[in-house]
Design a protein around this ligand. Structure first.
Ligand SMILES: [Zn+2]
Length: 224
């Protein structure tokens, strides 16, 4: 009787182990995208040949391995929706860091269930009523830097360096709507004249991503 039970439980154990191995293999295949690099969540790295039919900076960005993006963000680049200055700025950033942009225009929303339009909805802190730079393809949300989530890493040296790269751009090339987590903003210690948004309510709303945007189609509002 004892022997019978023992062999039955061994069989069960073998079955459970086999199922676990299969499950692990499946997860591994899903997580490792077609590039072989670990693609966490919605971050798909750029690679040669993916931007067929796309031209200019958008094509270069889509083919940059350091530029990771969600499918929706890639779609906006392919469709030519993303502002050229923003594309150029992201190219500068990806020369030194691997970033993941999850939204430009498509799929962006300020409030859950509220469709984005030309203006920021009134429920979104004190910024309600201002033009929505995402709507015009003039803003990007960066969720990860060098594989690390922005959330909880605002004072991380790599995440801070994104701010330093932006600060080094000339006032007319630099975005004039730069928002990040409170710790990131505090450590960088930049001014609104340089494009940084310092309103406490906005920093609180950007604890998990860096937002870089251009307020208008024309000159930036940066004065230094
Ligand atoms: Zn944003």
């Amino acid at each position: 009787m004892y022997r019978l039970n023992k062999s039955a439980s061994t069989t069960w154990l073998a079955l459970i182990l086999a199922a676990a191995v299969l499950l692990c293999a499946l997860v591994f295949m899903i997580v490792l995208g077609d590039s072989g690099r670990l693609a966490l969540g919605p971050c798909i790295p750029g690679r040669e040949g993916v931007a067929e039919g796309v031209s200019g900076g958008a094509k270069e960005l889509l083919e940059t391995p350091n530029f990771e993006a969600s499918r929706k963000a890639k779609g906006d680049l392919e469709a030519g929706i993303v502002d050229e200055r923003l594309v150029a700025t992201l190219q500068d950033v990806t020369e030194e860091h691997r970033i993941c942009v999850d939204t430009f225009k498509e799929g962006h929303h300020f409030l859950p269930g509220v469709k984005d339009g030309p203006f920021i909805p009134s429920g979104y802190g004190d910024a309600g009523g201002l033009p929505n730079t995402h709507y015009y393809g003039r803003a990007a949300d960066i969720r990860r830097v060098d594989g690390k989530p922005v959330r909880g890493n605002g004072a991380d040296s790599n995440v801070l360096d994104i701010g330093e790269i932006l600060a080094d751009l000339s006032p007319q090339r630099r975005p004039d709507q730069i928002i990040g987590p409170p710790s990131w903003t505090k450590t960088l210690d930049r001014s609104p004249r340089e494009g940084w948004v310092l309103d406490a309510d906005q920093l609180k709303l950007h604890e998990d991503h860096l937002h870089i945007g251009y307020m208008s189609n024309g000159e930036t509002q940066n004065t230094r």
